[in-house]
Structures are given as C-alpha cells and as structure tokens.
Design a protein around this ligand. Structure first.
Ligand code: PLP
Length: 453
C-alpha cells in the first residue's frame, strides 16, 4: 500500500502514537515511515532498505512477509473469521493451537488462557493468581512483587508491574498491592561481587521484601528471565534457582514473563530452560505468532492449572479475541515454521555463537562498558568511564546517538535508555547480514565517540 499525502497529514495531526513525543509527530518529525518489510529488511518511504536488528519489537522472529503465513491467515479468515471461545465453545484452530502448545511446552506448562497482548496476559496472570489463592482459602495473598527495570506492559496493572520509573508518574502508578525490588543489574547494583555472589544477593532482595510485606500477603513474584526492554538486564546463573527456592519457601507463586524470551530468543524454546528454573505461571506473547497477529497466553503449571480448570464456578474473565481462530492459525503456522526450519536450534548452535563472538569484539570499544544478554538478544551498556561505571549526563541520549549513526549504515538497533543499545535480530538472519549489523554498529559507536570529543 502506498502512503498518500492526505493519510500522512491525518496521521500527523490525529494519531497519538505510543511511546512517542506527540509534539514531534504533530510537527511531522517522524523517525521512520516504513512501507514494506521482507525477510530481515524494512523498506521506508524513501526507498531505504534497512536490516531490522531488533525484530520489530523483539517479536518478528521468523522474519517479515512470509508467503506461507499470508496463505495460512487468508485460509483461516475465509473459513472462520471469528468465533469466541467463551461459553464452553471452541473451534478447530483454537483446539489445534492448544494441542500444539501442550506438546511443545515443558512439563510445568499445562493449562492455557489466551489474550491478545503481553499487557493483557500479565493482567490475566495476576487475576488468576488472586483467584487461585481465594480457591486455596488464602484470599489475603494478593500482593505482587516485581523488579526495577522490569517491563510487563502498559495496562493499569501490568504498567504497575513494570519497573521503569518514567512509566508511572503520568498515570499515578503503581497501583496498591505491587512493590518492586532491585534488578539483577550488576553494572549498577553489583559493587565488586562476583557473578555467583551477586546473583544470590539480588535474589535475597526478594526474600527481604516477602518478609517486609508478610508472606501471608504475598501471592506472586513476577520477572522476565532476561529483562529485555529494561536495558537488557540479565541475571547471573545463580539468580533464578535461588528465586525459585525463595518462592517455594514462602509459598509464593513464581511468574515468568516470557513475552520476549519465549519461542527461541535465548536459543532454548523458553527462557526458563536457558536459566534453569520452572515457573508456576508463564506469560507468552510476541514470539508465539512472530507478531503476524496479536496473540498472547498465560500458561499454568499443574498445581495452579488443576485448581482453576476443575473449578465448577464460571470464570468471569476473558477477551473478545481470546484464542481468535485467525490468531490461533497464525501461531500454529509460526510454531511450525520454527520447528520445520529448526530456527531455535539455529539460534542456539549457529547464530548465537557468531553473535557473541562479534559482540565480544566490541568489548574493547571505549564507549562499551558491559555486554549483557542471552542467545540472540543483547544490550550494550555504554559508559562515560569504564572504571567507575559512570552513566552519561541525564538527557545525553548517547544510546539514541549510536542508534542514529548505526542506521546511517542501514541497520536498525534500539536505544533502550539507561545508556544501553539493544540488539535482537530475527532468527533467519544470514551470516552476511549479521556481519553487516556489526560493521554498522561499530560505525555507530565510532561516530558517537567522535561526536563526544
Ligand atoms: N512483557 C514483556 C517482557 C515485554 O517485553 C512486553 C512488551 O515489550 C510486554 C510484556 C507487553 O506486551 P504488549 O506490548 O504486547 O502489551
């Protein structure tokens, strides 16, 4: 579809864009106007082809514009363009997706509830936690503990779980019943501890908070296995097993928000497998459909799932498009592509090792303080001074500057804030494209460094 002048004018004047400066849009200062995308490339209104090294928003894992996805979606629209899964109804697409997920997921992922976005799924997860504890005769277990730097979405509840401070004041958040503990961000919180000790210390913050709130009041702890949006904060190996132990000790449900890590980003199907723990509740979105259609899911283990799925009362929760037949068909095909093309194994065995080799080579760059991440996801912590781990002055926009200069060489990376540049290439990225990403990134870093002098 071609962009018309009148449509662009309407967008500029009447469209309030998420996570944008509205005044900049009103003045027509669009960062990118993207008309098409294919494979790992985005093509903008000026005809520039850029490699999307962040898979959209960490979601288009199988790459853009696949014919077989288009065919699948078209077939589902022609056959059953909509039917709710409310009122004890189902349909072939929804049932087939559940069957596929049941086969694919590990033993702690047994019962599925569907929504449309990560935000909705996280809200749903907390509602199900509340309902679960009520059914257990512990209605006071309502409090949820999250972490600084977390990103769990933007609804009133999920935005409250989010631990990125700027997301709260405009909307008088967080709501009551949510608190945050420190992120396992060794760059800031690690002092001189080694990885193992720091992981244990960061997990200890959960125990301290449970004891502060009172274990009888704490229903759940939620965390992303690797904090994607939040500066790609990635915990050491000792962290998650210790978090699991603490949750067990105080009878607190553990929710893994796998919206980004689910479906292969770490080189394992799920981030829990990479980090070596099992959650009670897992939240999935993005990679479940590679964002060809909005699909998300809350997955319960046997303990929680058997309680909720055998309850005789009606469940007063749901979304019009929960397990939409077209969404289900889309997710099914996406998973089939991941399996048929061995894309998760490709990330693990081929892409991630090359990716980290290239990242390692950037470690010596004067601007790079630390490199965090897992599998095919990484954040480069930029620093004004490596020895003191100092940040650039507030508002310096150093990460945006690097992203801007990297884009000059045809590669899109993401300024994550906190002086961090994020990378999450699609799983179909070729060796040559990976090399292009890193040569553009080095250019971006060099140019940004020059501009500081
Ligand atoms: N959870 C995580 C880990 C995310 O990264 C995101 C989005 O980036 C969300 C939840 C929210 O998902 P959505 O934007 O689909 O509501």
């Amino acid at each position: 579809m071609k962009l018309s002048r009148s449509a662009l004018a309407a967008d500029q004047t009447h469209h309030i864009h998420p996570f944008s400066y509205p005044a900049a849009v009103r003045e027509g200062r669009f960062r990118r106007i993207v008309e098409r995308a294919e494979g790992v490339y985005q093509i903008d209104s000026e005809g520039r082809r850029s490699i999307d090294a962040v898979s959209g928003l960490g979601c288009v894992n199988i790459g853009y514009g696949r014919e077989e996805m288009a065919d699948t979606i078209a077939e589902a629209v022609r056959t059953l363009s909509f039917h709710p899964v409310f009122w004890e109804c189902t349909n072939p697409y929804s049932a087939a997706l559940v069957e596929k997920l049941d086969q694919l997921t590990p033993a702690n992922m047994q019962h599925f509830f569907f929504a449309n976005s990560g935000s909705e799924a996280n809200d749903t997860a907390i509602k199900l936690v509340r309902w679960y504890w009520k059914l257990q005769g512990k209605p006071q277990k309502q409090h949820v503990i999250s972490r600084d730097m977390a990103y769990h979405g933007m609804n009133l509840l999920s935005a409250s779980l989010t631990g990125l401070q700027p997301c709260h004041p405009q909307f008088s958040l967080p709501i009551a019943g949510v608190s945050h503990i420190m992120a396992p961000w060794s760059w800031v919180n690690g002092a001189d501890l080694d990885d193992e000790d720091f992981g244990l210390r960061a997990a200890q913050a959960l125990e301290d908070e449970i004891l502060r709130v009172g274990p009888e009041r704490v229903g759940a702890f939620i965390g992303e296995p690797m904090q994607a949006t939040g500066a790609c904060v990635t915990p050491p190996a000792s962290y998650w097993p210790e978090i699991r132990r603490i949750c067990d000790r105080y009878d607190v449900l553990l929710i893994a928000d796998e919206v980004v890590t689910g479906f292969g980003r770490t080189g394992q199907w799920f981030g829990q497998q990479y980090f070596g723990f099992e959650a009670d509740i897992t939240v999935l979105a993005k990679g479940i459909s590679s964002a060809y259609f909005p699909v998300s899911a809350v997955v319960l283990n046997t303990r929680v799932g058997e309680t909720l799925s055998t309850n005789p009362e009606e469940l007063y929760h749901g979304y019009t498009c929960s397990c939409h037949p077209v969404g289900a068909a889309t997710a099914l095909k996406n998973i089939q592509i991941l399996q048929d093309e061995g894309l998760v194994e490709r990330v693990r065995d081929h892409l991630a090792p090359r990716f980290w080799q290239r990242l390692e080579a950037l470690r010596e760059h004067p601007l790079v303080g630390e490199i965090r991440g897992a599998g095919l996801g990484a954040g480069l912590q930029l620093t004004a001074d490596k020895a003191s781990r100092s940040f650039f002055p507030e508002g310096s926009g150093i990460d945006a500057l690097v992203a801007r200069y990297t884009w000059d060489k045809g590669v899109i990376v993401r300024d994550l804030g906190a002086d961090t540049v994020g990378l999450m290439p699609p799983f179909i990225t070729s060796d040559d494209e990976l090399d292009q990403i890193f040569s553009a990134l080095r250019h971006g870093l060099d140019r940004a460094l020059l501009s500081l002098e």
